[in-house]
Design a binder for this molecule. Structure first.
Ligand code: WT7
Length: 676
């Protein structure tokens, strides 16, 4: 067992990490002056003494047909039931209820990737009309009804939220698959969810190319059928209404162009279904560490209450705001914080079709200027890419952000500072929101008008969330000890998924088994939610997420988080992106190899390699000295922008890289291999 500095024996999970404390930033007074939540008592109000009734504050932001009778039912743990007895409709809450006040206000701004194509603005009234017509089509033409599942494989166009809301209006459970995923991946999800209808779009733009997307539907249907799931109808929206933009022919009797059928339902109105709070709103598939993707099953009442409440207090969304979350609706971020949360608050939400750095790294800032976006939400991956290829671009544009979000991975303090200083122009507050597909909404973040910001730290639990760090044996680490362990949420909350679709057993095993004190207990205190992330808690109560617990490199018995190493590498000014992977070493067990890509215009050199190595040793300690620094032309990335460390690790250890065809840039793998 390794020893910590005091010489005491410590368990694996307790080993101190090597982060430095970072400086803090106060929220700008201009932000505080207009913020939704400035009451410092909010954390007290959502404190354990008021749990679970504190969440009434969120549920009361919605319109209910029938008020609930029980806030939280814990009788069958860990299958928590929220707002039991309540009835509501998610579509009604996102659309109908805004009409009296906001019918002429923009609900959706659709920004096509080609810059010469006009931005399309859709009012709440127009959204209402479209959603009703399409809902009628789903009901009459497809025969779909409450409780049925439908798979969507749609790109980022306004038709995607229209489709989701039309499903929600009828109580149809939607399962949207990220458009970048293959037909086969879509098929797996069709089969698991038991969908008979697939809704897709003919084509969409990505990096200047109009991609044939319908071809994936053919593969999806064929593959699903092989696995025993028959798809009766494929509905195809058109990227250019009235014109079919895919090369793939339509299959007679199976494929239907939405715009050909929709005129039949012109002006149709469909009453929203009165859904039980506990009815399923949607499935969102996510990959686990092993096995097939699992369908996170999200409820109507609890989910809607949670995303609306956090959109209001953490995203600070007001109806007057133009809100742009650059994520894809194919991920949970888009469901919660492009569609359901912002629309429930009557905001104007931006749907961006394209790639942030196409045709150049000024694109996001031109969109922000043109639409007067004041809330901006994106990921560290996108921020790093924009910083790498266009570090001076934001200064050229005249936009005004009051609020910015980062989500999806830990953000390196160096990158955070660029986001704050250059993108936010020192005028915008930043929230670093830590959460997961499974959790529906934010878990840790600062409340933006109340807490100071700290680069690289998500912050404390958001109101009503009580995180804690446990060691491998389930013992809590002392609060604020800055020691690494496994982060858990001690309590249930309304946004948490209900279960894994059709797999209760896996739900319990994956998220609760590890730390459940007593399986027969109906006291929620015995059921901490295991998130699967490593984290440390600083003395100020801020949580810093270290990444998935398997992203840890053990060098000579010392646990080094990949993230802290990458963060140090990014302090070298020439470095644009960094990825660290473990490589087997006969002496030390594992050695970190550092892959870096350089900012534009910078030439690779031995000096830069040395600088990276020296910086790691200086920042973290000699233990972190990399086995090798690789300067690469670009990182292999998934379609969602995450760096594929697995591929890098295979190259570094001279192993087979496996199938890389699903990467966004498979060609880069050969280039990296040639450096070996
Ligand atoms: C995993 C969840 C949450 C929506 C997007 C990702 C990592 C997420 C942060 C953050 C550090 C983060 C965690 C988490 N993660 N947000 N702010 N700081 N890490 O959803 O695909 O379900 O991934 O993303 O490791 O477990 P997801």
């Amino acid at each position: 067992m390794p020893e910590d500095k005091s010489g005491e024996n410590v368990t694996e999970a307790q080993i101190a990490v090597h982060w430095k404390e970072e400086e803090t930033y106060a929220p700008p007074t201009s932000f505080i002056a207009q913020a939704n939540m400035t009451d410092e008592d909010v954390l007290e109000r959502f404190g354990e003494q008021n749990f679970p009734n504190c969440f009434k504050e969120y549920a009361d932001m919605l319109d209910w047909y029938e008020y609930w009778t029980k806030t939280l039912d814990t009788s069958k743990p860990p299958f928590w039931r929220w707002f039991v007895g309540g009835k509501l409709n998610a579509c009604y809450n996102c659309v109908d209820r805004h009409l009296p006040k906001y019918k002429n206000k923009t609900a959706l701004h659709f920004v096509p990737e080609p810059e010469n194509e006009a931005i399309h603005h859709m009012t709440y009234q127009e959204l209402y009309v479209k959603v009703n017509e399409f809902a009628m089509l789903l009901r009459d033409f497809c025969g779909l009804k409450r409780g049925d599942r439908v798979t969507l494989h749609m790109p980022m166009t306004a038709e995607l939220p229209i489709t989701m809301l039309a499903c929600a209006r009828l109580g149809i459970i939607h399962s949207q698959v990220f458009s970048g995923f293959s037909g086969k991946a879509c098929a797996d999800r069709i089969v698991d969810s038991g969908s008979h209808v697939l809704i897709t779009e003919d084509a969409y733009y990505r990096s200047g190319k109009l991609l044939d997307h319908k071809v994936k539907a053919d593969i999806a249907v064929a593959e699903a059928e092989k696995e025993g799931q028959k798809v009766d109808k494929v509905l195809i929206w058109q990227r250019y209404p009235g014109k079919y933009s895919a090369k793939t022919p339509l299959v007679e009797g199976r494929d239907f162009i939405v715009n050909d059928i929709l005129p039949k339902y012109l002006g149709a109105k469909v009453e929203p279904e009165k859904m039980n709070s506990e009815d399923v709103l949607f499935l969102m598939y996510t990959s686990g560490t092993t096995g097939k993707p699992k369908g996170a099953q999200h409820s109507t009442g609890g989910y809607m209450a949670y995303v609306t409440g956090t959109s209001k207090y953490i995203q600070d969304i007001h109806p007057e705001d133009v809100y742009w979350c650059m994520a894809d609706i194919g991920w949970i971020t888009g469901h919660s914080y492009i569609v359901y949360g912002p629309l429930a608050l009557a905001a104007s939400s931006v749907i961006f079709e394209g790639v942030p750095t196409y045709p150049d790294a000024g694109r996001p800032w031109r969109v922000a200027e043109e639409l007067d976006v004041n809330i901006f939400h994106t990921s560290p991956t996108a921020i790093r890419a924009l910083r790498r290829v266009g570090p001076d671009e934001p200064a050229k544009y005249n936009y005004n952000f009051k609020h910015m979000t980062t989500v999806g991975e830990p953000i390196e303090p160096e990158v955070w500072r660029w986001y704050y200083n250059v993108v936010g122009k020192k005028k915008a507050v930043i929230v670093d929101t830590w959460w997961q597909t499974e959790t529906g909404g934010f878990l840790c973040s600062t409340v933006p008008a109340i807490h100071k910001m700290k680069p690289g730290s998500a912050g404390p639990g958001v109101p009503g969330i009580y995180p804690e760090i446990l060691d491998d044996n389930g013992q809590p680490l002392p609060r604020g000890s800055n020691k690494a362990g496994n982060i858990v949420i001690r309590n249930p909350w309304p946004g948490l998924m209900q279960t894994i679709w059709h797999d209760d057993e896996r739900f319990v095993r994956q998220y609760y088994e590890r730390y459940c004190a007593d399986k027969n207990s109906t006291d929620w205190h015995d059921w901490p939610y295991f998130a699967g992330d490593g984290a440390v808690e600083a003395p100020d109560g801020y949580f810093r997420i270290l990444g998935r617990i398997d992203d840890v490199i053990n060098v000579a018995g010392h646990r080094l988080g990949t993230k802290e190493l990458e963060s140090a590498a990014l302090m070298v000014p020439e470095i644009g992106e960094a990825a660290v992977v473990p490589v087997p070493d006969p002496i030390k067990g594992r050695l970190p190899h550092v892959f870096v890509s350089l900012k534009p215009g910078i030439q690779a050199s031995k000096e830069i390699e040395q600088k990276v190595s020296d910086t790691l040793a200086a920042e973290i300690g000699p233990i972190a000295k990399p086995g090798r620094v690789w300067i690469v032309p670009d990182m292999p990335k998934t379609r969602s922008g995450k760096i594929m460390r697995r591929v890098l690790a295979a190259v570094a250890s001279g192993q087979d890289t496996g199938d890389t065809t699903t990467l966004a840039n498979p060609e880069v793998v050969e280039k990296i291999k040639s450096l070996a």
